[in-house]
Design a protein around this ligand. Sequence first.
Ligand SMILES: [Zn+2]
Length: 420
Amino acid sequence: MILNSIYAILKEYNNPSWSKEKIKNIQLSKLKKIVNFAFDNIPYYQSMMKELNILPVDISTVEDLKKLSITTKNDLRKIDTKEYTFGDLNKLIKNTTTGTTSEPFSIYSTNNEFRIRQATELRCFFKNGYKLRDKVLFLGPIYPPYKNQLSKIGLYRRKLMSSFTSAKDQIEFAKKYKPNILRGYPSCLKLFANEYRKQKCDFLKIKSIFLGGEVLDDETRKILEDTFSKNIINIYGCWEFGRLAYECNEHDGLHLNEDMFIFEFNDTEIKEEKEIIVTSLFSYAMPLIRYKMSDKVVLIENDKKCSCGSNFKKIKSVKGRVGDYYIKKNNEKISVTNLTALFRKYVDIIPTQYKFIQYSLDNSEIKYIREKPLSVSELKKIKDAYELYVGKINIKFSKVENIPYDKSGKYRYFESKIKN
Ligand SMILES: [Zn+2]
């Protein structure tokens, strides 16, 4: 098991230095393989191709991929899991975006595919100065991160602190653990850095900071640089695919993992922001071909080899979820990425169908769009969960017809009405 993991890392470690031509050739041969496989084994793609009157031989260049239809999470939610997966579901590794009581959306992978996902994350770490014995403090998700075989041999050692713990507690924990690498949501690490400065701490020697899960804004980057380390590595990933892109030590954009995925970019209403469509080249248990992401990206047009040695194309930035803060009764700020996701743990709903609004320290409202109103048992579970994390507060749940986007055209899943 462990040897397989190490092999997976070594195998892909040097891929970023492939020539542009080699990248394209390898993408094409992997693409043909996965399209063939999907056509032979996956009912969802079988019927799509039949409807479009396309055979796998019609995909003879990477550009031909455009002949297939775009798929969204909602398209897959509507059909039975068996329609878009391959193999015995009980034997596959299942990752659920946020568990729900009704119909969770899960990503299935084989052990080997799972190792590839891990290896892609570790490649980014190793390329950016990470060493075998480093200690990582992970600030963010409430769910435990993937089980990690590698930690058994002292590789990728990490401790997790939930973003629901206060920054003060996180500082106390860090004092004992003494990590030299920080990892987590930008919003959590910003709170951590602010508390560290407030307490005039000086006990951490941080080598690098790896961020992901939310958009990294300039202000957060600056605070983290000034407090801990100039080596900030922004990672762009998602549940469906794992790591899609990462910043290199040039700190000028994020390299797309072109050995693992094919990326397409479509125009949006805002000129520089592109819609991102991803095809996984290694997921056979659950092939995702031309899968549309909800985030938007800004491209870097320059196609030269990066001075870090990578030939993988770069994106300048990702426009997606921005980390915001909820203020607890004791005036403590907590990152809302988990807070809002908590709702989805109990309700089968997509992010643009609900909004968390904080009116005061005591009063909040969750607006949601759904056919049926929340049941009594759903409400109880949600209320209990919120009480556990933010204390006793009044939350009003309102079933609404629509939730407007804000002036900039972005969907905000959290809004605070509390003036700073
Ligand atoms: Zn680079």
